[in-house]
Every structure is written in structure tokens, then in C-alpha cells.
Design a protein around this ligand. Structure first.
Ligand SMILES: Cc1ncc(C[n+]2csc(CCOP(=O)(O)OP(=O)(O)O)c2C)c(N)n1
Length: 381
């Protein structure tokens, strides 16, 4: 689909509407405006869409006209502050939300189908004004947003996939990977070492990479549910204390629901290994920076209560770190610092195996096997 409006035109229209600050979680289909607001120093990357809404509500309460950029997979994350903050307190706010899984769910990834079908209905049942960004209708849409704003109401501008153009050269990455770890390095190392461990892989390129390196029924490719791989993992690990459970996570996904790290630490699950691949960005949506580069991962892991905390940024130490992570007493946190390699993209697991089949074969695999590289005792949570 060719864009109906350039990123520059879109940003200029939002500026003319009055937007001064923007918060959000990136979507590849909003990569252009995201980069332009970021270049201007007006963008705050939030850990989740709910947090983005609340940050922008803070700006609005301080008198600053604001907008949120997100995709509708994050709609679930923002419904709580929408329903219990913006609506009752009458905080007006412009939310620019891309429509994944819409109008034809069959043309998008399967995890977007339910939200694609129900986003508009949910906005209607919440009585939140909204409109679709139809060709040539940006000005009209923003006039509707201004009307809602005058009544103290939030407004959702829904954006069909590909409707807004991209910008070139945004978030360029290091050309050389010499002496640095990359996603393919760390995922191939992990996949080569796995025997009968249960593995949950986070949404985006990491799931694709795991599938590319080695497809196995004991891997649950969790496309969608961003940030919840660690929670699924703690459920698996505590239900099957005789088997090691490994979660393969991204920095953006882990940060989205960081609180689960505390549940994980408190679980005391000795059979649990959490591998976080920190590339400093949301690589799967265009390498927009996360806030991970400011994190002290070792202090965070210890503070959350992981029993074993490891960090690694060197190819020489990768093999040893991965081995320790898969055999040490859990909960283990291994954080691997990598450079982004956005040109290495593989097909999604669901391109060859549907989500129901992935879950079914995983159930069978999870019911079998056991007792590899793990102690069977479980701490009382
Ligand atoms: C709730 C939600 N918000 C946004 C997205 C869009 N999205 C898909 S992958 C991704 C980036 C994930 O970043 P990270 O976990 O750091 O992994 P990386 O892409 O860098 O490998 C985003 C933002 C989503 N799928 N779900």
C-alpha cells in the first residue's frame, strides 16, 4: 500500500493541531512520525501503551497538548488508564493508533486478528470518539479531534496499515559487528544447547530467529502478548518443577512488564532461566531506542530476587555464560548485550505452523520428558 500522507505532512498537521509532546510504544507503521518527533526532542518512549497514556495525561494536566503513538495490540494495555483516568477526569488527549489485523485479519499476522476485529467496537462501547484516517481526510479528522478536546474528551485517530510514510535513515545501526555479539550469535548458541528444556520466545524478531535456528515442539513461539513471555515462563516453571523452563526475551518486552521480574524472583523457581537479549532498541519495529541502555542489569536482577545474575557482551564469553545460565540454580537472569542486525529477518513461526498447532504440540512436549539440568526442589513462594 502506498502511503496516503508523508511522515512530514502528518507531523506538521499534528503540530498545527497543537501537539507539543508525544509518548508511545512504536509500531513499524508509525516509524516515520516517531523518528521525526524523536529528532525534534519531543518524544518519550514509554514502556507500555498504558504508561504512554498516563505520561501524556500528566503533560495535559500541566497544560501541554500531547499525543500518544501506538498500535492496537497495545490497546489492551491502555484501556485501564483510558477508562479510569482520561474519561472520569476529563483529560483530552489525541491517540494515534495503527490498525493491525484490520480490515482483513487474514492479511496480517494471526495474533492481530482478534484485536483487529474488535478495536472499533471497544471504542464504541467505551463511548470514546474516534475516526479512521481515510485518504485526504487528515484535516477533517483533526477537526473532529479538536471538537472532542473542547469537550474534555480523548480522541482516537485510527491509522490503516501503511497509510503514513516512512523516513529514510532513521535509527541507523553500526555497520560492523566485529567483536560484538548479535541476535543470530546468541540465539543460535542458545538453540544449540537446548535439550529438553521448555522455551518461551518473545514477540518479534527473537521468536523468528529461534524458529529459524531450530524449530522444536518444546518451543512456545509467543507472537503477540508483548512482555508476557516471562509470566508464561514462571507459570510453566512452577507447574513443571522437574523441567527447566527458559524464556527468551527482548529488552523492550521485558521492560514493558518489568514487574513480572519481581514475581519471578519471588517464585524462587530453581528451574527457571530468563535470557534477555538487550539491543538497546525495539529492533522489530525499526530500531527505535528503548531506555535499556541506562539500566544497570546486574543490580536490577539482584534487586528483583533472581538467584543467579549474569551479563555478557563478548563473543568469547558467550558459550560459557549460556552454559552457566542453563545449568545454574534459578531463577537465573542472563542479559546479553548485542548490536542490532535489522537486516537479518526470518519468517515468523506462524508462517509455517499455526498458533493452535504451536500450542497443541507444545502441550504434548510439556507433558513429556523432564529432569534435565535442574534440581527438583522448589522454594515455597
Ligand atoms: C502491546 C504491544 N505493543 C507494541 C507492539 C509492537 N511491537 C512488536 S515487536 C516490538 C519490539 C519488541 O522490542 P524488544 O522486546 O526489545 O525486541 P526486539 O524487537 O528488539 O528484538 C514492538 C514494539 C506489540 N506487538 N505489542
Amino acid at each position: 500500500m502506498s502511503p496516503q500522507v508523508t511522515a512530514e505532512e502528518f507531523v506538521a498537521a499534528l503540530r498545527a493541531y497543537g501537539v507539543r509532546s508525544v509518548a508511545g510504544v512504536p509500531c513499524g507503521h508509525l516509524a516515520g512520525p516517531w523518528a521525526l518527533f524523536d529528532d525534534a526532542g519531543d518524544l518519550t518512549p514509554a514502556v507500555s501503551e498504558g504508561a504512554a497514556l498516563a505520561i501524556a495525561a500528566g503533560w495535559e494536566l500541566a497544560g501541554r497538548t500531547s499525543a500518544v503513538l501506538c498500535q492496537n495490540s497495545g490497546f489492551g494495555n491502555l484501556i485501564n488508564p483510558l477508562a479510569s483516568l482520561l474519561l472520569p477526569y476529563r483529560v483530552p488527549l489525541l491517540v494515534v493508533m495503527t490498525m493491525r489485523g484490520w480490515p482483513d485479519p487474514g492479511e496480517d499476522e494471526p495474533q492481530h486478528a482478534t484485536m483487529g476485529n474488535s478495536t472499533i467496537g471497544m471504542l464504541e462501547s467505551l463511548d470514546v470518539p474516534h475516526t479512521m484516517l481515510w485518504e485526504g481526510k487528515l484535516e477533517e479528522a483533526l477537526a473532529q479531534a479538536a471538537e472532542a478536546r473542547a469537550q474534555g474528551r480523548p480522541f482516537f485517530l485510527l491509522v490503516p496499515r501503511g497509510a503514513i510514510g516512512k523516513v529514510t535513515g532513521a535509527y541507523s545501526v553500526a555497520e560492523s559487528t566485529d567483536g560484538r555479539l548479535t541476535r543470530p550469535d546468541v540465539v543460535s548458541c542458545l538453540m544449540a544447547k537446548l535439550t529438553d528444556e521448555l522455551l518461551v520466545t518473545t514477540t518479534g524478531y527473537l521468536s523468528r530467529q529461534a524458529h529459524h535456528e531450530r524449530d522444536r515442539p518444546d518451543t512456545f513461539y509467543m507472537q503477540g502478548s508483548m512482555g508476557h513471555a516471562s509470566a508464561v515462563g514462571v507459570g510453566l516453571a512452577t507447574a513443571r518443577p522437574d523441567r527447566r523452563t527458559v524464556m527468551l526475551d527482548g529488552d523492550g518486552a521485558f521492560l514493558m512488564h518489568l514487574g513480572t521480574g519481581s514475581t519471578l524472583g519471588a517464585s524462587g523457581a530453581r528451574n527457571l532461566t530468563h535470557v534477555v537479549v538487550d539491543n538497546g532498541c525495539y529492533e522489530s519495529t525499526g530500531c527505535q531506542p528503548t531506555t535499556s541502555r541506562r539500566l544497570d542489569w546486574a543490580a536490577l536482577g539482584t534487586g528483583l530476587g533472581y538467584r543467579t545474575v549474569l551479563t555478557c557482551d563478548s563473543p568469547r564469553e558467550l558459550d560459557g555464560s549460556m552454559h552457566t545460565a542453563l545449568t545454574a540454580e534459578g531463577p537465573v537472569l542472563l542479559v546479553l548485550t548485542v548490536v542490532p542486525t535489522p537486516d537479518e529477518v526470518h519468517p515468523r513461526a506462524t508462517a509455517s505452523t499455526g498458533p493452535v498447532e504451536i500450542a497443541d504440540r507444545f502441550r504434548v512436549a510439556a507433558a513429556a520428558g523432564g529432569a534435565v539440568g535442574t534440581k527438583t526442589t522448589q522454594d515455597t513462594p
